[in-house]
Design a binder for this molecule. Structure first.
Ligand SMILES: [Zn+2]
Length: 334
């Protein structure tokens, strides 16, 4: 365990951290990964998964985790069963909660998160990664919202009915959101589902921000101003999110950060703060998402080390509190 300052511990006590993206339920659905047990990552360098669980969330001063709901359209030619894959991950979450409702609670709102924490449970929130899971049907979005889904990522690694990915199958950089994509953004806002612009190409991203009446988010990303990579978003994209009151979760993946350790994570956070101020920065680990996480943050128990590094880098404690929690709570309350 690296260095953790008393001030960092105190900040976590006051602002239990919220992370915007981890794909743990994919592992639960496929391999029966138990979120209630404490795990050691099974692979060298903590690669791929085995990152998030309730005991290590508690050790790391976390209040809430958004769990991504993943479906893989390239596994089936006719893209059937995508919605079902999402439903099965929600089932897995519900089964986990049913086994130990005192430990973990399904939450949708900021008030739900606070209520869960007050009774000593960690908060679980749900977000879909890729609107292909709707199978072209807005009604499916309503169904998912009723099951507790709080954000919808429009794209993943392939084009779908809403638009085109920043990278992957069907990429088309000169195309923005489709007409269906516009309807999906509008329906999300009507249902209180946040629009997540991670993985969306720039045209589609800017279209969605122009259309948005509520704050959009980018659940897990790096920023181009800190490291040049196709996966990262530029300053114009940062401003577009901040203008609508949204926030951007910094990913913990060295490939996109441009280096290992805590310093690159802090560098991306500082870039966001320098471009749009302290109200748009958040955490977006991508734990359990088939990534090799930065060696300093192999699982949530290490988060207070990042907090210490933010403070050491002269980010004001008030801004660190917003990055850990406050900004996401504000967006959840919108
Ligand atoms: Zn992703």
């Amino acid at each position: 365990m690296g260095h953790v300052s008393d001030e960092a511990r105190a900040l976590h006590a006051e602002h239990p951290a919220i992370d915007l993206h981890a794909d743990s339920l994919m592992w639960t659905r496929w391999l029966g990964y138990d979120l209630l047990k404490r795990h050691n990552p099974p692979f060298p360098k903590a690669a791929f998964g085995g990152h998030v669980d309730v005991p290590r969330m508690r050790e790391g001063g976390m209040g809430a985790q958004f769990f991504g709901l993943v479906s893989l359209p390239f596994l089936s030619k006719r893209a059937r069963g995508l919605a079902r894959a999402v439903d099965e991950q929600i089932d897995a979450m519900e089964e986990t909660i049913a086994r130990r409702p005192s430990e973990i609670a399904l939450c949708k709102t900021a008030a739900d998160v606070i209520a869960a924490e007050k009774r000593g449970a960690v908060a679980a929130l749900l977000g879909i990664e890729g609107a292909h899971a709707l199978e072209g049907d807005l009604g499916k979005l309503t169904g998912f919202a009723h099951r507790g889904v709080r954000y919808l990522g429009l794209l993943h690694f392939s084009s779908n009915e809403t638009g085109f990915p920043a990278y992957g199958r069907g990429r088309q950089d000169d195309q923005g959101l489709t007409a269906f994509g516009h309807s999906v953004v509008e329906k999300c806002e009507e249902l209180g589902v946040l629009v997540d612009l991670a993985h969306v190409n720039k045209r589609g991203y800017m279209d969605a921000c122009a259309l948005a009446k509520k704050p959009p988010i980018v659940s897990h990303t790096g920023v181009l101003g800190a490291f040049e990579h196709w996966r990262n978003i530029d300053d114009e994209q940062l401003r577009a999110i901040a203008d609508k009151g949204g926030c951007v979760g910094v990913i913990f993946c060295p490939r996109y950060l441009g280096g290992d350790g805590l310093e690159p994570v802090v560098r991306h956070m500082k870039h966001i703060i320098s471009v749009v101020g302290e109200d748009a920065v958040a955490l977006g680990s991508d734990w359990d998402g088939f990534i090799v996480p930065t060696n300093a943050l192999p699982d949530p128990s290490h988060l207070p080390e990042l907090t210490t590094a933010m403070l050491d880098a002269k980010i004001a404690p008030s801004a660190v509190g917003k990055a850990l929690r406050g900004n996401v709570m504000r967006v959840l309350g919108s």
